[in-house]
Design a protein around this ligand. Structure first.
Ligand SMILES: Nc1ncnc2c1ncn2[C@@H]1O[C@H](COP(=O)(O)OP(=O)(O)OC[C@H]2O[C@@H]([n+]3cccc(C(=O)O)c3)[C@H](O)[C@@H]2O)[C@@H](O)[C@H]1O
Ligand SMILES: Nc1ncnc2c1ncn2[C@@H]1O[C@H](COP(=O)(O)OP(=O)(O)OP(=O)(O)O)[C@@H](O)[C@H]1O
Length: 263
């Protein structure tokens, strides 16, 4: 990939989408991870630091102080406005008001955290006439590895056509601090969570598989090409298949022939 070209396409994309929406800029959730660091960097290049608002939304006991510090480092180095809002009390309030405790399993509560963050980002976006910029990459989007209407609830996805391994390369070009590039990718929804544990394979292999599938390789050939177990391949392929709905607008039951207003 030509990363200078990708950078320029993405910067122009952000600028034109913000202009099209007649918006004053973007709001971004800064987690301390590489995806939000890269996206924030490109947003500043597109719009200028005064038009980008970074918000760190930590949870007590789950978000590491290192991630909180890194969010601040990124915001300061870019010279953007920065807010830090602890989501713990909002989350606890939600949980304590929900009568059915069966929801207190890591993925269910994890998705709630992601949706609380989405609500807060939109609160500020609405307040300041800004758009919410997403940080999803092509690997996450192809696999549906995000929370529907959580971190997937955004107005634009600038790095959505870059595989995670390509985000690493772009991060180097953008001079993102090395210790941020070298962090283990994690959604940070519960302690000890890592993407590669949940997905079952390292991103170097995941991305090679996704790229072959993207270019039409037959699933039955993948096992041989990568010397993997059928279970490892199946986990990825079934994620791709079962999460297709996350990339679509919710289907509407058509009761009238006039569909055009939805397009
Ligand atoms: N065919 C279909 N058509 C329409 N809707 C369908 C559906 N199949 C399921 N659904 C619905 O989809 C919903 C389940 O999806 P969702 O709520 O997203 O939940 P789910 O996909 O189960 O979980 C989200 C996953 O993304 C990971 N994640 C989350 C956030 C950030 C990151 C990160 O890397 O930063 C990763 C998280 O660790 C977890 O593994 C349910 O409401 C279900 O009913
Ligand atoms: N503590 C947080 N504060 C603010 N935003 C967050 C927080 N945690 C997650 N987010 C938002 O959700 C997005 C998805 O998280 P994800 O883990 O995919 O990205 P990342 O943390 O930037 O990079 P990595 O996947 O390498 O850890 C983040 O980029 C960020 O916009």
């Amino acid at each position: 990939m030509d990363y200078d070209r990708a950078r320029s396409i993405i910067v122009n994309f952000i600028r034109s989408k913000v202009k099209e929406a007649d918006s004053t800029g973007v709001v971004i959730g800064l987690s301390g991870g590489i995806d939000s660091a890269v996206t924030a960097n490109l947003a500043v290049e597109a719009l200028g630091s005064e038009n980008v608002l970074g918000i760190h939304l930590p949870e007590e006991g789950v978000t590491s102080t290192k991630d909180s510090k890194d969010s601040e480092i990124i915001a300061n180095s870019l010279g953007i406005n920065f807010k830090n809002i602890d989501i713990s009390r909002i989350l606890n309030c939600f949980i304590s008001e929900i009568p059915d405790e069966s929801g207190e399993k890591p993925p269910v509560v994890g998705n709630l955290k992601s949706r609380i963050r989405m609500c807060l980002l939109y609160y500020y976006a609405n307040s300041f006439y800004k758009m919410v910029v997403g940080t999803g990459n092509k690997s996450e989007i192809m696999l549906g590895y995000f929370t529907k209407y959580g971190d997937g609830g955004v107005d634009l996805e600038p790095i959505g056509d870059l595989y995670k391994t390509e985000v690493f390369e772009l991060a180097k070009l953008l001079s993102i601090p090395e210790h941020i590039i070298n962090k283990k990718p994690s959604a940070g929804l519960w302690s000890g969570q890592t993407d590669e544990n949940e997905l079952g394979l390292p991103y170097e292999i995941i991305d090679r598989i996704l790229n072959l599938v993207f270019h039409g390789e037959k699933p039955e050939n993948l096992q041989e090409i990568f010397d993997l177990t059928p279970d490892q391949i199946d986990l990825l392929l079934s994620r791709m298949k079962s999460n297709i709905h996350k990339r679509k607008v919710p289907p509407i039951a058509i009761v009238d022939a006039a569909r055009h207003y939805m397009e």
